[in-house]
Design a protein around this ligand. Sequence first.
Ligand SMILES: Nc1ncnc2c1ncn2[C@@H]1O[C@H](COP(=O)(O)OP(=O)(O)OP(=O)(O)O)[C@@H](O)[C@H]1O
Ligand SMILES: O=P(O)(O)OC[C@H]1O[C@](O)(CO)[C@@H](O)[C@@H]1O
Ligand SMILES: [Mg+2]
Length: 325
Amino acid sequence: MRDIRAIAVLTSGGDSPGMNPAIRGIVRSALNRGIQVYGVQRGFAGLIQNDLELLTSASVSNIVQRGGTLLKSARSLEFRQAEFRQKAAEQLAERGIEALFVIGGDGSLSGAHLFEAETGIPVIGLPGTIDNDIFGTDDTIGFDTAVNTALDAIDKIRDTADSHERHFLVEVMGRNSGFLATHVGIAAGAEMIIVPEHPVDIAALSEQLALNRNSGQGSSGIIVVAEGNEAGLTYRLAEQLKQHGQSPHVCILGHIQRGGIPSGHDRVLASCLGAVSVEYLLAGYSDILVGVQQGEVTDIPLDNLLRYRKGLDPELLRIALQLHR
Ligand SMILES: Nc1ncnc2c1ncn2[C@@H]1O[C@H](COP(=O)(O)OP(=O)(O)OP(=O)(O)O)[C@@H](O)[C@H]1O
Ligand SMILES: O=P(O)(O)OC[C@H]1O[C@](O)(CO)[C@@H](O)[C@@H]1O
Ligand SMILES: [Mg+2]
């Protein structure tokens, strides 16, 4: 067993519902073992600015049900530079902090890996992102809530789409991966799902919409579009469809997908990963992501994130395609 007296925890990248129960899981699991816990404000930015404070059990009371993150989150350009990572490490050492817990997405966890590689300070990562795009874990904290938030909105859009016999392009988040779009699309019964992993054939899409209108299945429809890496992609798609005689409406769900009360699933996931991640550290592990594979909590080397990209499940896409009509 490793002897650890103090750790620090931060949240980084886009916030995700469930980051709070994850913080709580780490804090309570560590305090119960006599380990001090420092909370870092605003992710890596606060780490560089030395903006840390000791957390108590009471600091994490009444947060298990709250969206967002108690510790605030940020994207830090400075942390991409080795000199600032070194500065952050020296500040941690001055406080006697012996390990860093990072709750964030693929970018944050890549940064965490570099931090340990360069400074020798042990790092444990937890998957906190609505995107579910982290290689090595089937699930991420916040994904389930985001899927349900998007569904809540789409179910409402469908009412008006149906009343006015319209097609809607509904843009969901997910950066350049289509996990959120695929899950939302299947659960919303979308007529089509457009993901960055597969190029869109505008002519075929337009034909499909026309077919929908004439098939007697109803003249409305929902097409779920993953935002991709380009701003305004969905509006451009709508313009292209107009040139093919279609007139879809666009609805961008945006940041409502990142907010809100974490689902029961995300609270359990976050609490378990938070608690167990401390046990991994004490057992001698570091430079790992504590994630989930086939329903089991497991550890994955963080350097995998730099080498591999998580792919969409082709089986899920195949099923989604079958259910379009
Ligand atoms: N290659 C890297 N080297 C060092 N730091 C990095 C690297 N990639 C990302 N980071 C740090 O992590 C922060 C968050 O990364 P990013 O913006 O990719 O979000 P994320 O953690 O993937 O979360 P999400 O995609 O859910 O919003 C960056 O602002 C930067 O400080
Ligand atoms: O709020 P920001 O910083 O614009 O980030 C938006 C991005 O963050 C994510 O929501 C993930 O947190 C992506 O899906 C999205 O592209
Ligand atoms: Mg990311």
